[in-house]
Design a protein around this ligand. Structure first.
Ligand code: FES
Length: 228
């Protein structure tokens, strides 16, 4: 076990765990949207920032990626951390101003309005759905594509995916509830991004989908061959 202090209190954490995991395990609240214990951390939402101190030197780090180290001192609510989190919350609120989870998280940090240009999205591009599809389900039916303002969650090549098994893991794990599960008529496919034939069985249970399940992603799929 590794000994660390969080906000002046001593804790022990398993070697290999992260600062966020150590804090959560010991009931120390650190805001986060894109952490999930079942998948590799990616550090996308940046809300879990903390300050760490070693050798008299302090720096702000992403706690879901920062591993615990013997003697590490972690500070979760310094003025710099609080201020930086508020700016990040404003940016998320600008991207998803009507999303309940984003609004709630921002409000918990004292942010109810944003100075940045408002968009009309529901997805914070944390990639949790993508990681879950790859790491838990093992099929990789969806991905994050493009860069910068064009970045989006979609299927590889934006074509119908033959890999999707209709398990709804992406729907369940999405922290902003932006992937909807609903029936889409006519019922010819399990997923509006899925291909009706040649689906891959689940790596865990070996089954294909039990019942026809239909997802609707935040953006409609493009037709095959349509310009990107
Ligand atoms: S939880 Fe660490 S960056 Fe989102």
């Amino acid at each position: 076990m590794i000994k660390i202090t969080i906000d002046g209190r001593e804790f022990e954490a398993p070697a290999g765990s992260t600062v966020l995991e150590a804090a959560m395990e010991n009931g120390v609240p650190i805001p986060n949207l894109c952490y999930h214990p079942m998948v590799e951390s990616y550090g996308a939402c940046r809300l879990c920032l903390v300050e760490v101190e070693r050798g008299g030197r302090r720096r702000v780090v992403v706690s879901c990626l920062y591993p615990v180290e013997e003697g590490l001192s972690v500070l979760t609510d310094t003025p710099e951390v609080v201020q930086t989190r508020k700016i990040i919350a404003e940016l998320l609120l600008a991207r998803c101003p009507e999303n309940a989870a984003v609004r709630e998280t921002a409000a918990s940090l004292g942010v109810t309005a944003t100075r940045f240009t408002r968009q009309d999205d529901q997805c914070i591009l944390c990639g949790l759905c993508v990681r879950a599809c790859e790491e838990i389900v093992g099929v990789g039916a969806i991905t994050l594509s493009q860069r910068g303002t064009e970045r989006e969650m979609t299927t590889p090549f934006r074509t119908r995916s033959s890999a999707c098994i209709g398990c709804a893991t992406c729907v369940t794990i999405c922290p902003t509830n932006c992937i909807k599960l609903e029936e889409i008529e006519p019922a010819s496919s399990v997923h509006q991004h899925a291909h009706p034939d040649d689906r891959t069985a689940c790596r865990l249970c070996g089954e294909y989908e039990m019942e026809p399940i239909f997802y609707e992603l935040s953006e409609p799929p493009r037709e095959e061959g349509e310009a990107i």
